[in-house]
Design a protein. Structure first.
Length: 507
């Protein structure tokens, strides 16, 4: 293989081959994806004078830099085309790649700008903005192969089973599920940010229509998500037969109620008069949907259940000190500052702020006893308030360790017969997903468990073989005269311990 051919194959392997989960190619693909998303946000920000005016050169520099990167990507893919298995051994691999739909999209993204920069054409600003939206089509490069892989992995399954695999992490979900999760998370974060930006007049006025249509799009996506999850929920139940019961059980889950809260206020406004501020608050609650995609929440709930007694004891101490401190300071400071410490509730506010080591300074004691007590309370707050946090932190770390030990135990149980069957592999994969253990950690655990099992199996086999040999030797020695055997043992010049062991076999 020539140097050029080797370079082309290496370029494809390191930058273009995402099918085999090459680390460098996946990182390169992720970088291009985030750059496309950043271009979309830049296009939106250009419509806001508060962000654009005075920063025109920075936006232009970012746009040029994006074009340079997309051009380099296009050239790299053309160079590596002969390394693509689709064109392996075929003539004109570069031309064949250039005529593929993805390559045509890449060309459509960059060529108009190069023609504009070189002065060969003169495009209107609105046309250029429309062409910049075409960069979103580059995302199809990662989505379409994921769709094909999902269809192959779920061939023969019912539509409901496919939808469940699409919306939930299962052994057959593949990259498409991760991409859908990414899109949903992006819409959740963006929609919450939009709620806050709508309260800024300089941002809301230029993008009033965009905010409205984006909210409608968000509601549509979250509604479809909720309906798909509700429809496919029986596939995740243990029984899997009583559809109505399992759907109702799914609808009562905290995560399902959060999904419903995210969309329900929008539809309620068509039935009853709803205050705009009420809707805005519930739109902010969409951020709670992120708990579905964070494994730390389930672990935290398990920790709270396990350490409930210790945590409640620590919180009782904190509450006790806070209430007593408020009562004492109120008694001392109320006669001197009736306007500041007018009620014990206000004194309780002061105690909480002081015990938390924040001390806003809006309410402060002025008497010597009150100031001395404040110093003591502040010092106590450093340790007392940190006590519940320490309990949770230690328990959280211990819970993670238990999850890993449980996973290793499950792997060792599956390896008892020396092999991992397809059914055992699927069960372990489901357990990995349930425990929220990454694929890299799971592979390491499996490797260690298999190495340990191989070592244990070798020792067991060695002992078994030695036992058989000893039994044969005992039978052989018993058939010979004892005097002759002892004489032969002394001639062998063996260590005394081994000679004693051989003599024991004769008894």
């Amino acid at each position: 293989m020539s140097f050029i051919a080797s370079a082309r194959a290496a370029a494809y392997r390191h930058f273009c081959d995402t099918e085999h989960k090459n680390t460098s190619s996946l990182r390169f693909e992720s970088f291009i994806t985030w750059l496309i998303i950043a271009n979309l946000f830049a296009l939106v920000l250009e419509r806001i004078p508060a962000f654009y005016v005075g920063h025109e050169e920075s936006y232009d520099l970012f746009d040029r830099l994006s074009i340079y990167i997309f051009t380099a990507e296009y050239a790299l893919r053309l160079f590596a085309a002969s390394g693509d298995p689709r064109f392996a051994g075929k003539r004109f691999a570069t031309v064949r790649h250039a005529l593929t739909p993805f390559a045509l999209i890449d060309a459509l993204v960059i060529f108009p700008y190069w023609l504009q920069m070189l002065g060969l054409i003169n495009l209107d600003l609105r046309v250029l903005r429309a062409l910049r939206l075409l960069r979103l089509l580059k995302l199809l490069r990662d989505i379409i192969p994921a769709v094909s892989a999902f269809r192959r992995a779920n061939a023969g399954k019912t539509p409901r089973q496919k939808i469940y695999a699409l919306m939930n992490d299962t052994p057959t979900s593949g990259r498409l599920h991760k991409q859908i999760d990414f899109i949903l998370v992006l819409f959740i974060i963006t929609s919450v940010i939009a709620v806050f930006l709508e309260t800024v007049p300089t941002i809301y006025e230029p993008l009033k229509n965009e905010f409205h249509y984006f909210n409608l799009l968000t509601i549509f996506i979250f509604t479809v998500e909720y309906l798909l999850r509700l429809y496919s929920s029986p596939e995740g139940s243990v029984e899997g037969s009583e559809n109505d019961t399992s759907r109702w059980a799914w609808a009562k889950r905290p995560s399902s109620l959060i999904d419903l809260i995210a969309i329900l206020p929008f539809y309620l406004q068509f039935l009853i008069t709803v205050d705009l501020r009420f809707i805005r608050v519930f739109r902010v609650l969409r951020i709670l949907k992120l708990t579905r995609y964070n494994s730390a929440i389930s672990t935290f709930v398990s920790v709270m259940r396990r350490e409930r007694a210790a945590f409640m004891s620590a919180m009782f101490i904190v509450v006790l000190i806070t209430v007593l401190s408020a009562a004492i300071v109120y008694t001392v400071e109320h006669p001197v500052q009736p306007d500041k410490f007018d009620t014990m509730v206000r004194a309780l506010y002061w105690a909480v702020i002081t015990l938390a080591s924040v001390g806003y300074g809006d309410i402060t004691p002025v008497t010597h006893i009150g100031q001395a007590f404040t110093m003591v309370l502040s010092l106590l707050g450093i340790g007392i308030v940190a006590l519940p946090a320490g309990i949770l932190g230690s328990a959280f770390s211990d819970q993670l360790q238990q999850q890993r030990e449980q996973m290793i135990h499950d792997i060792e149980e599956a390896l008892e017969d020396g092999v991992l069957s397809k059914e055992e592999e699927e069960e372990l994969e489901q357990e990995r997903i349930r425990l929220h253990i990454s694929e890299k950690q799971f592979a390491l655990m499996k490797s260690r468990a298999m190495s340990r099992h191989a070592a244990d199996f070798s020792i067991e086999k060695l002992v078994h073989t030695a036992a058989i040999d000893i039994s044969r030797l005992r039978e052989t020695l018993k058939g010979m005269p004892a005097d002759e055997v002892f004489a032969e043992i002394r001639k062998l010049n063996l260590p005394e311990s081994e000679q004693a062991a051989l003599r024991v076999l004769l008894n």
